[in-house]
Design a protein around this ligand. Sequence first.
Ligand code: PMP
Length: 427
Amino acid sequence: MTLQQLMDRRDRALGAGTPLFYGNPLHIVRGEGVYLYDADGRRYVDMYNNVPCVGHANPHVVEAMARQQSTLNVHSRYLHEGIVEFAERLVALHGLAIESVVVSCSGTEAVEVALRMARIATGKRGIVCTNATYHGNSEAVSMLTRLAVGQNTVRDARSFPFPEMYRPLLPGASETELADAYLASLEEAIRNLEHDGAGFAGLIVCSILANEGLPDIPRGFMARAAAMVRAAGGVVIADEVQAGYCRTGQWWGYQVSGFEPDIVVTGKPMGNGLPLAATAASKAFVDAFRANTRYFNTFASSPLQAAVGMAVLDVIEGDRLRDNVNTVGSYLKQALLERKVRCPSIGDVRGHGLFIGIEIVKQDAEKTPDVTRTIQIVNRLKDKGFLTSNAGALRNTVKIRPPLVFKRQNAEAFLAALDETISELNG
Ligand code: PMP
């Protein structure tokens, strides 16, 4: 079957417009570690996928999954030690304020749980998020994405401009003045909700502003924002769906950004591909949520999720993947920062650990975003065997987010391909 035939069948079976990466889409048939192989046997380095965090087809995870599935898999209304142990291990990865978890099957579901938990804990409805965010695809959660496309008010939610240093709200301001300005916008959003009658339940924020484009955040902003939220009677929800699980070189993005959340949402990497997500908080918050909702989720909290979730933690801890993230991530970021100095189209290089964004701009004083060139770079890198994508608030950031098992030799090969790409495009 040709690629075109498969695309036509896909359009019929799944609906036209079902998203696909790249100008010439890839037909991937196998994965192993950081590598993906297409139908012609061509190998690609997966530099996009944080889901298979311990590597595609990781044998320890595959074995745990098969063993559990062939022993027992039931819903959560039976006693089972596995899920209790997994929840205990998850909670132990946070500070003492995080005590219990609600397990679910996707980031969206876990965010929904977090929003409901915040509303039950505060008795208020209003949620604040940033103006370029994504927290999930359900009707309730995708309301927050609408705030990202120009509208700063929807029912019971408000957005404020995400804090950043590269295209600052107040050009020329000091870092402290800039933090003050963003805090003033956050305060306005909170007041607005209070004024409208929804009241203020909390702030939801990706701890490292991943979908916004991994901006450098004015120092102190996150801790001061968390304090402002609590002073206004709200709770702080850290969305760690992208930021968590050692991605940044710390277990959690909130450790990198310097704040303490009340509720933590995790998803993508937790099951290395098995649908697995969680909302963690104090026992009081979780107890109140359980009492008010009688929450049940058919596939969640199963022995299978527990076995796979623990296998992933075993590999991260046993193979010291956090150390790998720090070593390889700092090598890669440093090498990219050197390229920023000599390549005029690289406007900025940002991020932490193995999560790096390269912002591509036109060669003018306004740092005009160059989306066309970003897409060209991403497609050319793909043709050279390296899978990335374009992301960020302005879609002009090359997003680098490989599995945690990405090695220095992968980074070196990527840098050679990037250099080649940039010289083909004349800088
Ligand atoms: N939060 C963030 C920060 C995300 O990036 C995403 C997905 N990209 C989600 C939540 C939703 O996760 P899911 O697709 O598993 O529902």
